[in-house]
Design a protein around this ligand. Structure first.
Ligand code: BGC
Length: 493
C-alpha cells in the first residue's frame, strides 16, 4: 500500500447476517434488479432470433446484420504476407502477417499505438486519419525501409464499428459506437478517407478490404478449428458475426447470387432491443444511455460491454450514497466517484477477484483510488454488486450466442471469442456457459470434463490473422472469377 501507512488490522470477519438491515434489504433489491432468470433469458433469446431475421429483411430492423463480402471459411492452406490495421476502441495495432506454407500456421510482427483519448471525439476527422497514417508510416519505415522506395502494400483495415458494405473494400459508417463521436464520418465511406491520408503522408499503402473484428475473429478461429461457426467480441464493445447463406438474406435478393453462396454477416447485435421490448433495463442503464453520445443506440451493448460495466457500478454506488435511507460511505467526500466513466471494467474485475474474506483488496482500492474508506458491510454490498453486474453481462451475452445457434440450427459448434471482458473478467466464460445451458436446455453432463454442445472458446487473433485470411480468401475468389462485392478487383492482383 502506498501512502496510507501500515496496513490496517484485518476487518472483522463477517457474514451477510451481520449486515445492517437496510443494507441487507438493499442487496436483496439489487439482486432483484440485476438478476436475469432462465425464463427471461429464454424470452430474450427468442426475441433475438426474430430480430436477427428482421435485420436480414428488406425493411430491416434494429440489428443491422451487415453483409461483409467474406464469402468462405479458410481451409488452412491460405498463404501470403499481408498488412493489417486494427482500429478498435482503445489501441491502434498494425501487423504484418505471413500465412505460412505449413497448414494453419502464421508468423506475425506487430506494433501497438495508443489511440489518444481526444481523437475519439475530435471535431476534425482528418486528425484521426492523419494520426493513423502516421502510425502506418512509422511501421513501414521500421519494417520495410524508406517509404518512397517501397511498392504499394495492400492493407486489411479492421474497422470495428457498424458499417454498410456494398463491397468488401467499402465501409459506410452507420454510426459511431463505444463512445466515439468524430464529426463528418457517419454516413461516409471511410476507405477513401484513410486512403487520402495515406497518400498525403506518402505511405505506400492502399486499403483493400474493410473488416469487422467479429468477422476477423470468426475467420481466424476457423483457420485452426473447423468447428468454429461464430465469432464474438466481448470487449470495449460487443458483437458477433456468423456465416449465412445468400438465399437467407432477402435484402441481397436483388443481386441474384446463387442461394447457397456463403456470406459472413456482421450482426452488430449491440443494437439489439433499441426499442426496449425485452431487456430488463434498470434506471442506471437508462441513465447511461441518456448521457452517452448516441442515446437510443446500442441498448444491448450498453448492458454488457466493458466500456459500460464500471459505469453501471459507479452509478449504483453514487445512488446508494445519495439516497438518505441507505447513505453508504456516510459523511465521506465521494467527489472522485462522481466523475463519469472513472471506473473501468478492470476495477470491477478487481473487486470480484479479491481473494480475502474481509475484502481487504477492495478496501485498499477504494481508499487509494477513490479516497473512500469502506466499512465491512459496504464492502460486502460492493462485492455483491460487482458479481451481479458481471453476471448479468455474461448471461445476457449468452442470449445472443443462443439466438444465432437457434437461427442456424447449430446443435453443436465452437464459438471463437475475444476481447478484454471475455479474456480478463473473472467467471465471464463460466457464467455465459451456464446461461447457454439454461437457454438451450442441455442435460447435465455425465463427465464434467466433457465439452458443452456449444463451446465459447478463446479465439485466434481476429484483427491480425483474420484480416490477413480475409485478404487471402478475397484474392483467391478474384482469381477464380468471383468478383461479387468487390469495388476494385484490380487491387487484388
Ligand atoms: C461495434 C462493432 C464491434 C464491437 C466490438 C461495437 O461497438 O459496433 O462493430 O464489433 O463493438 O468491438
Amino acid at each position: 500500500m502506498v501512502g496510507l501507512g501500515p496496513r490496517p488490522p484485518p476487518l472483522r470477519q463477517g457474514s451477510k447476517t451481520d449486515l445492517p438491515q437496510n443494507l441487507i434489504a438493499q442487496i436483496r433489491y439489487l439482486e432483484e434488479l440485476f438478476t436475469v432468470d432462465t425464463q427471461k433469458l429464454k424470452a430474450i433469446s427468442d426475441h433475438f432470433v426474430s430480430e436477427l431475421d428482421k435485420g436480414l429483411s428488406v425493411e430491416g430492423g434494429s440489428i443491422p446484420m451487415n453483409p461483409t463480402w467474406v464469402m468462405a471459411f479458410p481451409d488452412g492452406h491460405e498463404t501470403g504476407t499481408y498488412l493489417a490495421l486494427d482500429m478498435g476502441g482503445t489501441n491502434l495495432r498494425v501487423c504484418e502477417i505471413t500465412l505460412t506454407e505449413q497448414k494453419s500456421e502464421f508468423d506475425i510482427i506487430q506494433s501497438k499505438y495508443r489511440m489518444p483519448e481526444e481523437l475519439k471525439t475530435t471535431n476534425n476527422n482528418e486528425e484521426l486519419w492523419d494520426y493513423i497514417a502516421d502510425c502506418l508510416y512509422q511501421f513501414v519505415e521500421t519494417h520495410h525501409g524508406d517509404c518512397t522506395k517501397v511498392d504499394v502494400l495492400p492493407l486489411g483495415f479492421t474497422f470495428s464499428y457498424p458499417a454498410t458494405q456494398n463491397y468488401i473494400d467499402e465501409g459506410i459508417l452507420q454510426r459511431w459506437t463505444k463512445g466515439f463521436d468524430i464529426n463528418g464520418v457517419e454516413g461516409q465511406n471511410v476507405v477513401p478517407m484513410l486512403d487520402a491520408a495515406l497518400a498525403k503522408r506518402g505511405v505506400p499503402i492502399r486499403v483493400t478490404a474493410l473488416i469487422n473484428d467479429t468477422t476477423g475473429t470468426m475467420i481466424a478461429s476457423a483457420y485452426t478449428d473447423t468447428k468454429m461457426k461464430i465469432g464474438c467480441i466481448f470487449g470495449t464493445g460487443c458483437n458477433a458475426a456468423y456465416m449465412e447463406e445468400v438465399g437467407q438474406i432477402p435484402k441481397l435478393a436483388h443481386l441474384n447470387l446463387p442461394a447457397d453462396t456463403p456470406m459472413a454477416i456482421n450482426c452488430e447485435w449491440g443494437a439489439f432491443d433499441n426499442e426496449h421490448k425485452v431487456l430488463p433495463r434498470t434506471s442506471y442503464d437508462v441513465a447511461i444511455d441518456r448521457d452517452s453520445p448516441r442515446p437510443g443506440q446500442q441498448a444491448f451493448e450498453k448492458m454488457i460491454a466493458g466500456l459500460y460495466l464500471g459505469e453501471i457500478f459507479r452509478l449504483v454506488l453514487v445512488d446508494l450514497h445519495d439516497n438518505e435511507e441507505i447513505n453508504i460511505f456516510k459523511g465521506q467526500d465521494i467527489a472522485i466517484l462522481r466523475k463519469p466513466y472513472s471506473l473501468d471494467s478492470s476495477f470491477l474485475s478487481g473487486v470480484e477477484e479479491d481473494p480475502f474474506e474481509n475484502l481487504q483488496e477492495t478496501y485498499d482500492t477504494f481508499a487509494q483510488k477513490l479516497n473512500i474508506v469502506c466499512k465491512l458491510p459496504e464492502l460486502e454490498l460492493i462485492r455483491r454488486l460487482a458479481e451481479l453486474i458481471g453476471t448479468r453481462a455474461a448471461r445476457l451475452s449468452a442470449c445472443g450466442v443462443a439466438a444465432i445457434a437457434k437461427k442456424k440450427n447449430y446443435k453443436s459448434c465452437h464459438v471463437g471469442a475475444d476481447g478484454s471482458v471475455f479474456n480478463k473478467y473473472p467467471h465471464f466464460k463460466a457464467r455465459g456457459a451456464q446461461a447457454l445451458k439454461e437457454i438451450l436446455d442441455w442435460p447435465e453432463k455425465s463427465n464434467p470434463q466433457e465439452e458443452d454442445p456449444i463451446e465459447v472458446l478463446a479465439a485466434e487473433d481476429g484483427s491480425g490473422v483474420g484480416a490477413a485470411l480475409i485478404a487471402a480468401l478475397t484474392l483467391k475468389r478474384v482469381k477464380a472469377g468471383n468478383l461479387a462485392g468487390i469495388l476494385h478487383p484490380e487491387h487484388f492482383k
